[in-house]
Design a protein around this ligand. Sequence first.
Ligand code: ADP
Ligand code: 5GP
Length: 197
Amino acid sequence: MSEGKLVIFSAPSGAGKTTIVRHLLSLNLNFGFSVSATTRKPRGTEQNGKDYYFISTEEFRNKINRDEFLEWEEVYPGCFYGTLKSEVNRICKNGQNILFDVDVVGGSNIKKYYGEKALAVFIQPPSLIELENRLLARSTDCPEMIRERIAKAEHELTYVNLFDIIIINDQLENALQEAEVNVRKFLDKSPDWKNCK
Ligand code: ADP
Ligand code: 5GP
């Protein structure tokens, strides 16, 4: 079974990235999920340390100053998200492959950093209208937050060329299948390597 391989999933919020990532984590592909740090509040059933490390803005800034992030972004005004170097080490030392769920800027930065060692997958919604419908149906964000996410999505779609694979998430079953086939192919063909420091 492969280990130490990196797979990045990025998309505009609401495109279905988390749904697809959860599916991949449920398969027996030896993935560890890179738990990001964020300053936003938990929503729904999210758990600290499992979905995110929920930390204060002050703690986030301290981590930036201590150079603890592989990458970080102010994804929405006043709302910070970042990939911790310690997560890459933790998962790597566990002998697992690493799965990242990050925004499109973060995803393209991780891809630039690791090059061919990483598979970068862009999940595209069928349209902006459908994206809005999904965010409304998910009922986890207030109307202002949804407006903010839709406004951002248009710009995020221009990053698509920086990714290795684009999956249009129209029919969920097809998107899950396409994600699984491509990820299995990547895990099977690329050589194992170690990211642990
Ligand atoms: P993201 O992580 O990209 O923000 P989610 O995975 O949370 O997106 O999906 C947003 C919402 O859309 C969720 O309620 C999810 O169940 C739903 N969803 C995901 N894929 C599809 C699809 N192909 N068709 C319809 N609804 C979908
Ligand atoms: P949400 O608030 O919906 O969980 O996430 C909002 C956006 O932030 C999503 O696109 C998600 O992928 C992204 N995100 C989550 N973790 C990180 C991270 O560590 N770095 C970056 N750049 N974006 C992240």
